[in-house]
Design a protein around this ligand. Structure first.
Ligand code: GDP
Ligand code: IMO
Ligand code: MG
Length: 419
């Protein structure tokens, strides 16, 4: 196994950061291919908590290069703040795609004002300007990181470009000056790291290096295949790797899908297996389900097999990483949604339309629980999951720390040391 991709199978926050961190110890390059500061990926090294938004998790490992791919949208202030938390020596290992787009203050302002205008029909975005930045990209009027290092761009061209873009928008007059200043700061601090990362990956692949692609968000937030319109504006699935990096997904050997042993969602939109009342409160408390980026309480529910099957197909999945298993310790059985009832009919697929998804009633089965989670006690549950989806469990996460991880299948040198 040489190149691996780690994706979220639900609505984000599955524990991707922790799994990527564990697998990163055996790779040469970790690559983010979409999203931006809407992501919040957490790892605990001992008791020290680290949350990253733009930077790939691999940056925390000595000697591992980190690439921010062209499919990302990058918010200068956030990126600079994150960079300030890593050792100076790590900056040499950080590479930013010259084709990645820049999230500017007018994007954040638009994100906020649209959410306020929706009058009860909010998407519940992270308010990081993600949707408006991707919109400018598609409309072919975005600013790319590579522009910032072109002589004269920031001083001469950017103010005019932004004046045209912001004409008629409900944004304060200061956004242009602020944008120019932020772009300058990125150029001065990180200009030397802005490069053609497609070529970098091709060269390193040719040199025999190993890559790990780190998905952000989750498949059910995928712009095309998620619960549209309650989605993000990029393609978090494995299929997003191609357009988001320029590296052929054909070369990737293994796709690991991360899912909790239950399910969560932040923001609006249908969530068929969602819990209410006391069960909701107690699962949220047990799992400490509060957003890593916004601090919002996460909605919680049981594992959803039709949704997982949808994600398995979308990602051409090879194996599951099961996380937060410790949260359900001590239960004799674990409720799992195995199908839905829609208009009196039993269905087993994941409906495309949110109006259908919000009307389905979950069909719940009790699956075997465990006393204290470990590689043996998880077996009956993992076998049921494999039976229902055709996909084996390869990684089991039994706690938030790096060392609370069990590999059920060998990752062929990937995990040099699960510390
Ligand atoms: P990501 O966005 O997919 O990287 O996930 P987040 O970092 O947003 O949220 C996952 C949360 O669960 C973080 O607070 C992790 O520290 C925590 N976590 C990850 N795996 C486990 C686990 O196996 N057990 C417990 N108790 N917590 C975990
Ligand atoms: P990680 O990588 C959970 C959700 C938002 C909202 C929708 C659109 O940590 O798993 P956006 O700001 O992207 O336009 O918001 O997507 N969302 C996430 N939910 N985890 C994330 O990232 C998310 N990134 C976006 O809550 O519902
Ligand atoms: Mg998160």
């Amino acid at each position: 196994m040489r190149h691996i991709c780690v994706v979220g199978l639900n609505w984000g926050d599955e524990g991707k950061g922790k799994i990527v961190d564990v697998l990163s110890s055996g790779v040469d390059v970790v690559v983010r291919y979409q999203g931006g500061a809407n992501a919040g990926h957490t790892v605990y090294i001992g008791d020290v908590k680290k949350v990253l938004h733009h930077l790939p998790m691999g940056i925390l490992h000595e000697g591992v290069a980190a690439v921010l791919g062209n499919g990302m949208v990058i918010e200068p202030r956030g990126l600079l703040e994150e960079v300030a938390t890593i050792p100076e020596s790590a900056i040499e290992r950080l590479f930013l795609s010259d084709r990645a787009h820049v999230v500017l203050p007018h994007h954040t302002a638009l994100d906020r004002s649209r959410e306020e205008d929706r009058n009860g029909k909010k998407i519940g975005t992270t308010l990081r300007g993600i949707g408006p930045a991707y919109q400018d990209k598609s409309a072919r009027r975005g600013v790319r990181l590579g522009d910032l290092v072109r002589p004269g761009f920031i001083e001469d061209k950017l103010p005019k470009k932004l004046a045209e873009r912001c004409d008629g928008l409900d944004v304060t007059s200061g956004v242009i000056e602020e944008s120019v200043e932020l772009c300058r700061q990125v150029r001065d601090r990180l200009g030397a790291q802005i490069t053609d990362t497609q070529v970098l990956l091709a060269d390193r692949h040719a040199a025999g290096e190993r890559f790990l692609f780190e998905g952000a968000q989750g498949c059910l937030l995928d712009l095309d295949f998620g619960t549209y319109p309650f989605v993000t504006s990029s393609s978090p699935s494995f299929l997003g790797v191609g357009p988001g990096t320029g590296f052929s997904p054909r070369k990737i050997d293994h796709v690991v899908g991360v899912t909790k042993v239950y399910c969560t969602r932040v923001g609006e939109g249908p969530f068929p297996s969602e819990l209410r009342g006391e069960e909701e409160e107690s699962l949220r408390a047990a799992g400490n389900e509060y957003g890593a980026t916004t601090g919002r309480p996460r909605r919680v529910g049981w594992l959803d097999i039709p949704a997982l099957r949808h994600a398995v197909l979308l990602n051409d999945l090879d194996s599951f990483a099961l996380t937060k298993a410790d949260v359900l310790d001590g239960r004799d059985t674990i409720p799992v949604t195995v199908g839905y009832r829609l208009d009196g009919r039993e269905i087993h697929h994941f409906p495309t339309h949110v109006d259908d998804l919000s009307r389905v009633e979950p069909i719940v089965e009790e699956w075997p629980g465990w006393g204290t989670i470990d590689e043996h006690t998880v077996r009956p549950f993992a076998d049921k999951l494999e039976e229902a989806t055709g996909i084996p469990v390869s990684i089991l996460s039994t706690g938030k720390r790096r060392d609370e991880t069990v590999l059920l299948t060998p990752f062929d040198g990937y995990v040099g040391a699960v510390r």
